[in-house]
Design a protein around this ligand. Structure first.
Ligand SMILES: [Fe+2]
Length: 452
């Protein structure tokens, strides 16, 4: 935001005109006197523009300009009002340096002239800010935070950067500044998926996020809000596991997410109605996790599968599934034979091939939830033996793994295409043949019946 200090004598016409015609990037702070203007600069930091009315006899424009120039490194002056007053009282007394940052607008204002002056100033300060904010640093100094995680914070207690090129990063969020929806959307438009924090800041930021999310999950009971918060929690859990590892805080949040997923499915047993409240948005791994959990719990309910803790095992499997994949888009690939896999880098392809094994190992750290390691190890096996990493076939795959595999597959299908009746019908058709084998057949029938 470009900040303009506006020294006015309360001429309401000029005031209204400026406020309604200045570009939206400019924020005006209004003051009534030179002393108040100086106080603002000293207490609130530098301004980019000083707006000065040359027709106001109480303001000695040149005197003010000199005072500003001493206080602030870089500031542009926009004088407005009668041309001859400007020429006589201001312009004639400016030295070369001051001329370079002085602009004049005739009053009544001409819209085009006003736009030209302010757009030039905006571009100038954007260039200055960008070059000042760009740093060259080894990527290993940083840890990424998924963009979605920013929704958790009102502000973050550390500077955040985006990747500009291989070893150049641009500071985009200053420590403790307000994180607005507009700011996040500006990143979304630029296809930014991660912001980067110094590793030394990451632990504090993620621990704060876990604490806040834990409280937030208990606070809101509305199904849609709860689902949104569950999806956000998955983002935080994945970042923590990836960059910090396991620990009491993240384990507590995992338990809380499991509890709340179970709560949602009990509160809303009609799966189709529940999906109507699902906040489809980014189509990423976090959405897929929660969708898979809901499908899995719904199947368990239908087939009356009451083995101890099965629901929580399915939910934890969904939480950890694909958490080790750095590129979120890989979560939409289901087979090493999928031609789309070739669109990823060689490293990403290798990462994909081994991720079921890595996630099985990760799950073995969650000792409260046995079997999740097997489920994750098997989550890309297929009924016809064409899956990986082992190529298990049919009955060699356990029932609980089969339930997870088909739920994960269906969730992946839906997040790529959105939730529509036609998508659900097509998914049932496409996947029916694939899952026409024991132990997949019965749970698949149950799930598609619920979604019909
Ligand atoms: Fe996977």
């Amino acid at each position: 935001m470009i900040r303009a200090l506006y020294i006015t004598d309360e001429d309401i016409n000029k005031d209204n005109y400026l406020r309604s015609n200045l570009p939206k990037e400019i924020e005006i702070v209004k003051v009534n006197s030179k002393d108040e203007a100086i106080d603002q600069v000293l207490s609130k930091g530098p301004f980019h523009i000083a707006l000065i009315d040359v027709e106001n006899k109480d303001i000695e424009a040149l005197d003010l300009m000199t005072a500003y120039s001493e206080l602030v490194d870089s500031i542009d002056f926009v004088f407005f009002g009668n041309s001859s007053l400007y020429a006589g009282n201001v312009e004639s007394q400016l030295d070369e340096e001051m001329m370079a940052v002085a602009h004049h607008l005739e009053y009544p204002f001409n819209e085009d002239a006003l736009e030209n002056v302010f757009m030039d100033i905006i571009l100038k300060y954007k260039r200055i800010e960008e070059s000042a904010a760009l740093i060259e640093i080894d990527e290993s100094e940083f840890a990424p935070l998924k963009l979605r995680s920013l929704y958790l914070f009102k502000s973050i207690p550390a500077d955040a950067y985006i990747k500009f090129s291989s070893n150049k990063f641009m500071k985009v969020i200053k420590k403790n500044t307000l994180i607005t929806e507009a700011l996040i959307q500006s990143f979304v438009k630029r296809k930014v998926k991660f912001v980067y924090l110094y590793k030394s800041d990451q632990l504090q930021v993620l621990e704060d996020a876990i604490t806040e999310m834990y409280i937030t999950l208990d606070k809101y009971k509305d199904t849609k809000v709860l689902l949104e918060n569950l999806i956000r929690s998955v983002g935080i859990i994945h970042s923590y596991l990836r960059w910090i590892g396991t620990g009491d805080a993240v384990l507590s949040l995992v338990d809380k997410v499991i509890e709340k997923c179970e709560y949602v499915i009990e509160k809303e047993p009609d799966l189709l109605a529940l999906l109507g409240k699902f906040p489809f948005s980014a189509g990423d791994v976090a959405e897929k996790s929660i969708l898979t959990s809901l499908f899995g719990c719904s199947i368990l309910e239908s087939i009356n599968y009451k083995a101890s803790g099965t629901r929580s095992k399915i939910i934890l499997s969904a939480l950890l599934c694909d958490s080790t994949l750095e590129n979120d888009d890989l979560c939409k690939i289901n087979s090493v034979k999928d031609p789309n896999l070739r669109m990823f880098s060689e490293d990403e392809q290798e990462e994909f091939k081994i991720h079921p094994v890595r996630e099985g190992e990760l799950a073995s750290l969650f000792t409260k939830y046995p079997e999740v390691d097997f489920i994750l190890h098997q989550h890309h096996e297929q009924p016809d033996g064409s899956g990986f990493p082992v190529g298990l076939r049919g009955k060699k795959i356990t029932l609980i793994s089969a339930i997870f595999i088909l739920c994960n597959d269906l969730a992946s299908y839906i997040i790529q295409r959105g939730l529509k009746r036609s998508v659900l019908r097509k998914a049932a058709e496409v996947l029916e043949e694939k899952y026409a084998y024991v132990p997949f057949k019965e749970p698949f029938k149950m799930l598609t019946k619920k979604l019909a």
